[in-house]
Ligand binder design. Structure first.
Ligand code: SF4
Length: 336
């Protein structure tokens, strides 16, 4: 059998991670992401079916993708997600199948997701103070998130990472509590710099709480952070507190872009491939998937389009330049 060539771009980066958005709907309204009234969502018939997603992932896995992460919007608002998880978990080549969720619905789904073959969950949670949580998300769901985290632990997901978007002027007071949370629970807390992918285009550099500031606050209030030396396969730079208790990661997308080692690309819920989070163009897979051609023709075409998207990928985002252009798609319709 012929061995497929890896997905290499012009800069020699090998792409092994695919993030699959299953919906652009969300049950929260985080202020840095969406307006209170939400944003227009794709009609149902424009979303890829589970069978279409399975097909794309199978083709991607045949050309070297080994890690797949389901994202949204909020992926658990898509009905029957467990059915998709079961389909993807048995695909040859998919070694790691993970989910990014806000955990509001996780309590109800953790057990069935685990049984379906999901390996890991990352939980988005930006505040531990219920009042700040409600203010940020415009929803009173803090206790449901707490129940979701407890359910994830109970059914044995490991590791569980908690992703925290930090906003200057809003969530400084959450930094040290999150450090203590990492120490108390053993869950890794990862601070993510706020990125310009919001629906209101309200992002400003002055609103980013930078990784260096967060690190300083943690070290001053808790204790020094020591770099983790073993490779983690994650874009986060990871640390433990000096006494070995509590793991902290930083994803400094704005202050220290890690594009030079990027190994990921994205499939949106409506079937577009995006080679970079900040791409201004995308490659449509839905049309060839629904063309009615033979399986062989469709699969050859989809593989070709995946290769083309990776080949044409740019070197990285340009947030730190004065010619940066924010993509029209927002975080909730790309999948983070
Ligand atoms: S901005 Fe684009 S190139 Fe940079 S790490 Fe993110 S997806 Fe990769």
């Amino acid at each position: 059998m012929a061995i497929a060539l890896p997905l290499l771009d012009r800069f020699g980066r090998r792409h092994t991670k695919l993030r699959v958005s299953v919906t652009d709907r969300c049950n929260l309204r985080c202020r840095y992401c969406m307006p209170a009234e939400g944003i227009p969502v794709a009609p149902r018939d424009e979303l890829l079916t589970f069978e279409e997603i399975e097909r794309v992932v199978r083709i991607a896995a045949s050309v070297g993708v080994t890690q797949v992460r389901l994202t949204g919007g909020e992926p658990l608002v898509r009905k029957g997600l467990e059915v998709l998880v079961a389909k993807l978990a048995r695909l040859p080549g998919v070694e790691d199948l993970a989910l990014s969720t806000n955990a509001v619905l996780l309590d109800e789904h953790a057990e069935s997701l685990r049984a379906a073959g999901l390996k890991r969950v990352n939980i988005s949670l930006d505040a531990l103070d219920p009042t700040v949580f409600k203010e940020l998300t415009r929803r009173d769901d803090y206790q449901r998130v707490v129940a979701g985290i407890a359910a994830a632990r109970r059914v044995g997901f490991d590791p569980i990472k908690v992703n925290v978007v930090s906003l200057r002027g809003v969530t400084e007071s959450e930094v040290v509590p999150f450090g203590c949370f990492a120490r108390d629970t053993g869950l890794e807390v990862r601070f993510i710099e706020y990125m310009p992918l919001d629906a209101s285009s309200a992002w400003e550099r002055g609103r980013v709480l930078f990784a260096a500031d967060i690190r300083r606050a943690l070290e001053e209030s808790i204790q020094p952070l020591v770099p983790v030396t073993e490779p983690t396969g994650s874009p986060a730079t990871e640390y433990t507190f000096a006494d070995g208790v509590g793991r902290i990661g930083f994803i400094p997308t704005v202050s220290q872009p890690f594009c030079a080692s990027c190994d990921r690309f994205r499939l949106t819920a409506d079937g577009k491939l995006r080679s970079c989070l900040f791409s201004l163009d995308e490659v449509d897979l839905r049309e060839p998937l629904r063309s009615g051609a033979s399986d062989e023709v469709i699969e050859e075409r989809v593989e070709e389009l995946i290769r083309q998207a990776i080949r044409d990928k740019g070197p990285g985002h340009e947030i730190n330049t004065d010619h940066f252009v924010q993509p029209l798609r927002t975080m909730s319709s790309i999948g983070g």
